[in-house]
Design a protein around this ligand. Structure first.
Ligand code: GLV
Ligand code: MN
Ligand code: MN
Length: 449
């Protein structure tokens, strides 16, 4: 595969072999693999097949990016794919009260389960890897373990968390936040998409029961460890020359909505001095965000905007911009966002604009569980021919949400473009396979001891 093909990350046909084998029957005790027949390890076999199946789902023909938004028809196609993967392996399939999908090897009620997975939804025109790489690698790692003929001593599950990106309803990680009790039922019920469709109505339209949503401590109480594999969203691994890394921490981050309200008027007849144009204060605020982020070594982005009445020949009455900001520590983030808000207020006042700033979501700093992290390093350190660096990230993940409740860890797979949330997101075939192997090693170390 060449970099040129990155928008169509397929794998060579020569690599496509069926993982074969007899489906594993779900059992109430810890199931033992049925492929421990001395067959060659199956690293990558099933990965290629699953990857090919998922690739066309939700890919926009013009942008070549993915539009897999929560509870849409495309999301349902992704969910159907997940269910089919679970059933093809004879895993116990369930959808929890918040719409997250689970595929179980062994009895979940036995407790101390090892869970792996990620998400299948995307940002608008996202890449193929953010989320799906983790889910596909999880099923492939399970296949690999079955091929190795390991002896499971704990239940193991693959999970697909719903609405991780928050592309439709504005809040990231809705599935895991609800499950962990970090989003209230009332809060979730108030979420609406750009067309005014509420989250409950969207779930209902997709055939799920919105009355059931809420915290699920019992489910999380059965999990001993959650490991999420994810494409790296930067170039640290590329620069260090490593295929796989372990996550150390996630920067604190949040989303803020800035509503600049002025007065709609005629673009041709209104004198400049008579205008109350909210676009001006918005534009100045965008520049202030860049400045504040630079000062603090942080990041700040206005990546989404809506304008009313949105006419070429009308001065806007409302400019609504969403700020995403992240910093290494809380104090820096507070300084950045405080500075941007103050600048916005000053500019708004200067132009006679009313300003409201609402914090729509926030995720505090995440330090991944040190013991689990060390365990991953120990397991992967057995391979003396590879190094596995430990990396921090500015990206949010379901693993970060769950880390407040259960031990979680993450593995990153090299992304030579460093680009993410874009069709240019990429991971090479060999690195994907290295990720599957690393995940299989980790799961074997955690669930088969
Ligand atoms: C999720 O990918 C986020 O960091 O916004
Ligand atoms: Mn993402
Ligand atoms: Mn992701």
């Amino acid at each position: 595969m060449t970099q040129k093909d990155s928008a169509v990350p397929t794998l060579p046909h020569s690599q496509l072999r069926s993982s074969g084998g007899t489906p594993i029957a779900p059992r109430s005790d810890f199931p033992q693999p049925v492929r421990g027949d001395g067959a060659q390890p199956v690293v990558g076999d099933s990965f290629h097949e699953m990857w090919r199946e998922l690739l066309p789902i939700g890919r926009h023909p013009d942008s070549r990016g993915y539009r897999r938004f929560a509870w849409t028809g495309v999301d349902l196609e992704c969910r159907a794919w997940f269910k089919q993967q679970a059933e093809a392996r004879g895993l116990g399939y369930e959808v929890d009260r918040n719409g997250n999908q689970w595929a179980w090897l062994g009895d979940p009620a036995a407790g101390d389960a090892v869970v792996t997975g990620s998400h299948l939804d995307s940002v608008p025109d996202g890449g193929a890897f953010d989320g799906p790489l983790g889910v596909v690698s999880s099923f492939a790692a399970l296949d690999e373990l079955l091929g190795r003929g390991v002896h499971f001593t704990k239940p193991l599950a693959v999970v697909n968390f719903g609405d991780e990106e928050g592309a439709r309803f504005g809040l990231a990680c809705v599935g895991s936040r609800l499950t962990a009790g970090q989003l209230t039922v009332e809060g979730a019920q108030k979420l609406t998409d750009g067309d005014g469709v509420s989250l409950p109505r969207a779930m209902e339209a997709a055939g799920y029961d919105p009355e059931a949503i809420g915290a699920d401590p019992e489910r999380l109480g059965r999990i001993g460890a959650f490991v999420e594999l994810h494409v790296e969203q930067g170039r640290a691994l590329d620069l260090s020359g490593d295929r796989v890394g372990i996550a150390s921490a996630i920067w604190p981050h949040g989303r803020w909505r800035f509503d600049f309200r002025g007065e709609a008027n005629h673009a041709g007849t209104t004198r400049l001095v008579d205008r109350r144009d909210p676009m001006l204060s918005y534009a100045e605020t965008v520049l202030a965000a860049r400045h504040e982020a630079e000062l603090a070594g942080a990041v700040a982005t206005f990546g989404k905007i809506s304008v009313e009445p949105n006419g070429v020949n009308a001065i806007p009455s409302l400019v609504r911009g969403w700020l995403d900001s992240r910093a290494e520590d809380q104090a820096s983030l507070d300084r950045v966002v405080g500075g941007i808000e103050q600048a916005a207020r000053d500019y708004a006042a200067a132009h006679g604009i009313d300003l409201d700033v609402v914090r729509e979501s926030f995720t505090p700093v995440v330090e991944f569980d040190h013991a689990l992290r060390d365990e991953l390093a120990r397991i992967l350190g057995k391979h003396t021919d590879i190094t596995v660096p430990v990396l921090g990230t500015g990206a949010g993940h379901d693993a970060g949400i769950l880390s407040g409740t259960i031990p979680t860890a993450m593995l990153f797979v090299r992304n030579p473009t460093g680009v993410s949330h874009s069709p240019a997101e990429f991971a090479a075939e060999d690195d994907c396979v290295a990720g599957v192997t690393a995940l299989a090693d980790v799961l074997e170390g955690l669930a088969c001891t």
